[in-house]
Design a protein around this ligand. Structure first.
Ligand SMILES: [Zn+2]
Length: 689
């Protein structure tokens, strides 16, 4: 499959770009096949040399050598997956399908390499006598765990089967996310009649015009990007159109055609269960959680149930209020899932005397980016400055230089904020280069990708409060990558347990909600006037509004994920029926849909990422609610001593410590779920914030 070497392939040259970022202006889809082929070959040769060396294993000749290997593969993969997610086309997607199985095979071969594991195992057994520092000990332990969990300690037949399973899972995961993307791209509801836009605020109409133009449609368009579809459900008065958008949104990956994901799900769940059995676990959830902060499915269920009961109760009470509103307006129908957001918005306006449309003109993207940078300056002394000399993958992408308080460079930050058809839905942080000190003083290059609707016709981009929260969330992840100060790549930045990785991001959201920050940065896009104080007060008071709904839609997804992966022998499950039964067991309110239905639940099926681990966001929320309270207790949301401790123990520490220990180092103790219940407004004894 290797075509002749092409000398213009940027992956075969030193990158003469500013800060050595990938030369995105010269990278094309066709470069990746050869680049991957060479990267695999180079890495294989390095691994073979480490495994076959005659010298007895030492940390340097085995662990550090592994850490230094595979650098080309890393560079190729980072650029490739950035483009596949943020700016793909048919050619890239074809390479992605092609590369997924050999890539999985490559890593499985390494992580199950017998000779390599024998060396790592010998080091692990002798760890106490090796005079390793704390970080080295942790890195060694992480390697040992990675290899053990990949099956390196298994008998040959079992190992071979495990590798087969992993390759198949990788191919299925790719197909899964491509199907969702195809369904998202296939749908656009074009609205050409003004009556169809009833209720839709002006700022949204502008964005919808842009979406229509981008797809070559006349008038306004609703798409299946989260912000487009959900804003429409929140505001559009036309019930029939809401139903249409809702049905399309929840049917992604569930349309029974060539893009249907149900068969893929059944096969993946079956293969994951087999994988767990091969590794000595009763089911996939137990296997997965063994290496998480939560440790066991029981601990996760405990948390989810603690939250579910009060959240469901709140949602049911809200449902009654919404139904009453329907009647009051003369509606003669039972509240349906496509009505919830619309009537909740009306109820919000009534209860909190506050509506999204009044807030949005004060939340411009540019100001919110500044706000995120401002909090980073106050907390961690970071200075951020925009650069225009760096190549990017799309003209809308912005690049920033990040410096420490002493002026020294910390890293480079890319912000790719706008929704477009070539971009996957959702928002995420990724890294083009991880911080480390092993191969020199390597500074991180991190990326935030979001899907905000771009203001059209030269108007500034206006965010919903939820969008602004997403911006802060992803920048919190970015800070986890940027502030990383470790030696070894294995534990750099966000390379931590899945149920710990959302702590830095969710914790960062708290600073958006602070009056001091909003007063300064929430300014009207036309007049630059700050948000009126009473509006600001109402916005903050509305924080707990509709938390029953938000918690129920999230926890439902987390419970179904856990149930599905707790099956010891799933057989040929029907994803739709499974979902229905799991939800009826917990008496899911019919008017609320899962935040992610299984057929498009990319978190758990596009890769292993959050499989049996979607609960992680809530687990991390237990931590973030409790962690932010440390600032409140100090009486200053930017308290320097607390911020410094936070930087040291959490943001800069990567995976250098066991997550529970890292948290204790910051807070002096482990958290309970009480802070979370208070934060969501479910605790009876509310604590003043
Ligand atoms: Zn996150």
């Amino acid at each position: 499959m290797t075509a002749p070497d092409r000398s213009d392939n940027p992956f075969f040259r030193t990158w003469e770009t500013p800060d050595g970022v990938p030369p995105f202006d010269r990278i094309r889809a066709e470069h990746f096949r050869n680049a991957y082929a060479r990267a695999f070959a180079e890495h294989d040769a390095e691994i073979a040399a480490i495994a076959a060396q005659p010298e007895p294993p030492t940390f340097a000749n085995t662990i550090a050598a592994l850490e230094l290997s595979g650098r080309l593969l890393e560079r190729v993969g980072a650029a490739f997956y950035l483009l596949v997610g943020a700016h793909s086309d048919a050619a890239l997607l074809e390479v992605e399908r092609e590369i997924a199985p050999p890539l999985a095979r490559h890593w499985n071969r390494i992580n199950t390499n017998e000779d390599l594991f024998r060396r790592i195992d010998a080091l692990m057994r002798a760890a106490d006598r090796l005079e390793l520092d704390a970080e080295q000990k942790r890195v060694l332990e992480r390697y040992h765990t990675t290899f053990r969990r990949a099956g390196a300690a298994l008998a040959p037949a079992a190992r071979t089967r495990l590798i087969e399973i992993m390759e198949r899972l990788a191919a299925l995961g790719t197909a899964f996310s491509q199907n969702v993307l195809a369904d998202e791209q296939a749908f656009a509801l074009a609205l050409t009649d003004d009556a169809e836009l009833a209720g839709v605020p002006t700022f949204m109409r502008e964005a919808m015009k842009g979406e229509a133009r981008e797809r070559g449609l006349a008038g306004h368009a609703v798409t299946l990007s989260r912000s487009s579809a959900l804003s429409f459900l929140q505001f559009a008065a036309r019930r029939d159109l809401r139903e249409k958008v809702f049905r399309a949104f929840v049917s992604r990956g569930d349309n029974n055609g060539s893009t249907d994901n149900k068969a893929i799900i059944a096969e993946m769940v079956e293969l994951r269960a087999e994988r767990a059995r091969l590794l000595g676990y009763a089911d996939f959830a137990q296997y997965r959680l063994d290496d998480a902060m939560a440790k066991t499915p029981a601990a996760v269920r405990d948390l989810l149930q603690t939250v579910w009961a009060p959240a469901r109760e709140r949602a049911l009470a809200d449902r009654e209020a919404l139904q009453a509103l329907v009647q009051e307006e003369g509606g003669n129908f039972a509240l349906a899932p496509w009505d919830w957001r619309y009537y909740a918005e009306k109820l919000r306006q009534r209860r909190c005397d506050f509506d999204e449309a009044a807030i949005k003109p004060y939340l411009t993207l540019d100001r919110m980016i500044e706000a995120a940078f401002f909090a980073a300056e106050r907390l961690f002394g970071l200075q951020v400055e925009e650069r225009t000399d760096v190549p990017t993958w799309h003209p809308d992408v912005r690049v920033f230089e990040v410096r420490g308080s002493d002026g020294s460079q910390i890293g480079v930050f890319f912000g790719d904020y706008f929704a477009r058809p070539s971009k996957r839905g959702g928002a995420w942080m990724t890294s083009l280069r991880d911080q480390e000190k092993l191969a020199g003083d390597i500074r991180p290059v991190v990326v935030n990708v979001c899907n905000f609707n771009k203001g059209s016709g030269g108007e500034p981009t206006l965010l919903s409060f939820e969008d602004a929260r997403t911006l802060f969330h992803e920048f919190g992840h970015a800070l986890h990558g940027l502030l990383s100060a470790v030696t070894y790549p294995k534990i750099s930045g966000t390379n931590v347990a899945a149920d710990f990785v959302e702590l830095p991001s969710q914790l960062y959201e708290h600073w958006l909600e602070q009056p001091d920050v909003l007063r300064r940065f929430a300014r009207h896009y036309k007049t630059d006037a700050p948000m009126p104080e009473d509006l600001l007060r109402r916005l903050i008071a509305a924080r707990n509004f509709d938390q029953g709904f938000a918690t129920v839609e999230y926890v439902a997804s987390a419970m179904v994920d856990l149930d599905l992966h707790a099956l010891a022998a799933p057989g040929a499950i029907d994803a739709t029926a499974f979902e229905r039964e799991a939800l009826s067991r917990v008496a899911m309110p019919e008017e609320i849909a899962m935040r992610h239905r299984l057929p498009h639940f990319g978190h758990i099926f596009s890769s292993d990422g959050y499989a049996a681990a979607y609960y992680s966001y809530m687990w991390s929320e237990v931590l973030d609610a409790d962690a932010f309270a440390a600032f409140e207790e100090a009486g200053d949301i930017f308290d320097p001593a607390t911020a410094e401790r936070l930087r040291k123990t959490i943001y800069a520490a990567g995976g250098a410590r066991d997550p529970a220990e890292a948290y204790k180092a910051f807070r002096g103790r482990l958290p309970s779920a009480q802070a979370l219940l208070r934060k969501r407004g479910f605790a009876e004894t509310a604590v003043a914030h």
